[in-house]
Design a protein around this ligand. Structure first.
Ligand code: PHE
Length: 355
């Protein structure tokens, strides 16, 4: 058997990729046998070269092809071996698989989005680092307005060329302005999101969540506001006996303004929403101040609106019975396991929002 026949046989019989690579280097590498033959062509005269050249080139091609073929075969065998050994048992019960749970804040935001989507509200967003103009001025709180001091505001380091430093938004109300500017009227939006105030105890954390609601249209009045809030609270607390009271209040960006109180009672030693034995405040609301409409570029003679805002974390506490707000942000797995929601139980109006 010639050397080249032996080489092709060795290649076809190489037991693994490493052995095959060794054969390749021995034949085609820098100082391989075939490489040496190719080099020898250079010192031959034309006649010799014409005789040997084609043979040597043909050999190199045959060896290259044989190596590629063996390599493919070895790789296919390796894949078969892995497919046979690395099995995934898809028949394992799925109930054991999901480990994480949905945080109550996310759950309640999903519930709110579901309820308000059914009433024709779209979700709007704005930045958490906000211009003072959006957070205060456009909302009818000019500089030195005492209402600015009501919010314990976090101010950012001023940046070069900035006339006034930006703030961490103290409420979701600036999204009212952005939504009116971007979308014009008529308008129906909710704006859930994070807000920041320098405050911390059992019922206050420096970051918490609010949801804003805004409706702008022609001939909008307080009756629309009241119906919307009553409908929302009944759907959210999943009870028909939810009663509300609207108490005159003050917000610079609404006129008139009302705090919304909801009735609650004791049931089995727990405070539950429903009935009218006791009252607690759950929302701020009012008719959008004409100056706010104008600041956002709308003509207050043509458009009216109502707005409301409330704390998402507080709604979650009221509905699901947590007592300490700080635990929401402790990332304690035991708390999350206890109060978290199954990831696949998505809130729907037909199936129950708080399933
Ligand atoms: N932005 C107010 C707050 O944070 C709530 C509010 C929103 C009141 C919209 C009226 C209308 O307290």
């Amino acid at each position: 058997m010639s050397d080249s026949e032996q080489l092709l046989r060795d290649i076809a019989g190489a037991g693994d990729l490493a052995a095959l690579e060794k054969l390749r280097v021995a034949a085609l590498g820098k100082s391989g046998t075939i490489t040496a033959q190719l080099k020898s062509l250079g010192s031959m005269d034309a006649e010799e070269r014409a005789a040997h050249g084609p043979k040597i080139h043909a050999l190199r091609e045959a060896v290259t092809a044989a190596i590629a073929e063996r390599k493919a075969a070895l790789e296919a065998a390796e894949l078969d071996r892995r497919l046979a050994t690395e099995k995934l048992d898809l028949s394992l019960p799925a109930a054991q698989a999901p480990q994480g749970t949905v945080h109550p804040v996310s759950q309640v935001m999903d519930e709110l989005a579901e309820i308000f989507a059914d009433l024709g509200f779209a979700v709007a967003e704005g930045p958490e680092i906000e211009d003072q103009w959006y957070n205060f001025t456009a909302l009818n709180m000019p500089e030195a307005h005492p209402a600015r001091a009501m919010h314990d505001t976090f101010y950012c380091e001023p940046r070069d060329g900035e006339s006034e430093p930006r703030v961490l938004r103290t409420h979701t109300s600036p999204v009212q302005i952005r939504a009116m500017q971007n979308q014009g009227a008529p308008l129906r939006i909710i704006a859930p999101g994070r807000v920041y105030r320098s405050d911390s105890d059992a019922t206050h954390t420096p970051m918490f969540h609010q949801i804003e609601g805004l409706v702008v249209d022609r001939a909008i009045h307080l009756g629309h506001l009241r119906w919307t809030l009553e409908t929302f609270l009944k759907a959210f607390f999943e009870r028909d006996d939810v009663a509300i009271r609207m108490i005159p209040s003050y917000f610079p960006f609404t006129e008139p303004s009302a705090d919304v109180h909801v009735g609650w009672s004791w049931e089995g030693g727990r405070r539950v929403i429903g009935g009218s034995e006791n009252w607690m405040e759950v929302l701020g609301s009012g008719m959008v101040h004409p100056r706010v409409l104008a600041n956002a570029g709308l003509d207050p003679d043509e458009w009216q609106g109502f707005a409301f805002g409330t704390g998402v974390d507080r709604l979650a506490m009221l509905k699901y019975g947590m007592s300490d707000l700080r635990a929401f942000f402790d990332a304690d797995l035991r708390w999350l396991k206890h109060y978290g929601f199954r990831a696949l139980a998505v809130p729907t109006l037909s199936g129950g929002v708080g399933a």
